[in-house]
Design a protein around this ligand. Sequence first.
Ligand code: FRU
Length: 468
Amino acid sequence: MQRPCYHFTPPANWMNDPNGLVYHAGEYHLFYQHHPDSLVWGPMHWGHAISPDLVQWRHLPIALYPDEHGMIFSGSAVVDASSGTLTAIFTHHGPDSENQSLAYSSDNGRTWQKYPHNPVLRAPGNIRDFRDPKVFWYGGDDGHWVMALAAGKAIFFYTSPDLREWQASGMFGPGYGAMGGVWETPDLFPLPVDGGPETRWVLTVSVGDGGPAGGSGTQQFVGQFDGRTFTPDYPPDTILWADFGPDYYAPQSWNHEPHGRRLMIAWLSNWQYALLAPATTWRGMFSLPRELSLTRTEEGIRLRQRPLPALATLRGQHHHWQDVTITPGDNLLATLSGDSLEIEAEFTLTAQTACFGFCVRAGENEQTRIGYDRQQNKLFLDRAHSGHTDFHDQFARIHTADIAPVLDSLHLRIFVDRYSVEVFANDGLVVLSAIIFPSEQSRGLALFTVGGPTHLRSLDVYHLRPAT
Ligand code: FRU
């Protein structure tokens, strides 16, 4: 298999969740759940890479190895402002329990020493699932460290003055949102609403089953956090999905982002079939980094996710169209092809609009379709015939998300790579991400309309250069 053109993959073998996302001394660090000796999940290590811009990545040696306390499961990393020491806070997954531990680096993450008195936080009682600590600093000079931790179908909160002593400070759930599986990999951060001054806290929680597209998925809660515990703005039965596609799991955001941005990245896979997805020398990819913001909509305050602006540095050859009406059977894009593309389109919906969209990675008998069904007000991503699909019976499916046009227009931004499609609709209010495994030659592109004409207000297609 080739490598994706601009999505992160491990140097070899297995990768799942992003871990320890932190900015320090001019570098964005990215650690990840890694089994360096096999294409399938096994004793977990933390793999490591760095980037100046979150677009170009450089692999570094493995940061954390399993030890006498167990495997190194997911967690986060912070910088101690006084010493510049990087601290990783992660789960030690032992045969009978999950406990939280520390490791330090005083050379910008190049080498790591485990804290000799690990673990620093043991699972209370007989809780078996007690993992994935997300740690961050809360408040100013007289603030404290906060840990959000997944425990069964709840999130527990702890506070600490020094990352070593932890006090329970609150809990959220169970009984809120989606609970089809165990809760995992929480993240918690404040964001201004429509640029401020009002602020809300966002708690993202991965759920191991019952996701919007089947299998694992990511939900988010919007509410208040007082430094000790989280209170949601909505009733318990509200479910807000971060992504309606099948492949967006275990997202985490960078600590200490120097421009104050909230940037998030996730594992592009689903526990339903992650171990079975086609692979040769590596298995697992990350999503594009997304910049998050909050906006007030008619339904309430909602998360907006936009692709990282610096991805524009990859743009190469560009094609532009404006005010074109397409009719069934047309293909404006017949002369274009590619396996590394960005497509930005704005459609004007009229009384005649029925169904329209794009075919990407199209070839003989295969294509991935992304479109909008006016009658049902649904965005869809159809990978039923996307290429290699028969490794799992749930893979060849059509995934949808409800979406209403904004002032009679629909905005789509689509990123196509060798093994993935990410669709940002209506400026990132609805997102659908999916992995695909087409054959290398399937590079065709089409713009289709069925059941009536479609009016295109504008369309830009960019060929994206490889990121490395
Ligand atoms: C999420 C997860 C985490 C755990 C890690 C193990 O995908 O199950 O809860 O820490 O993967 O690899």
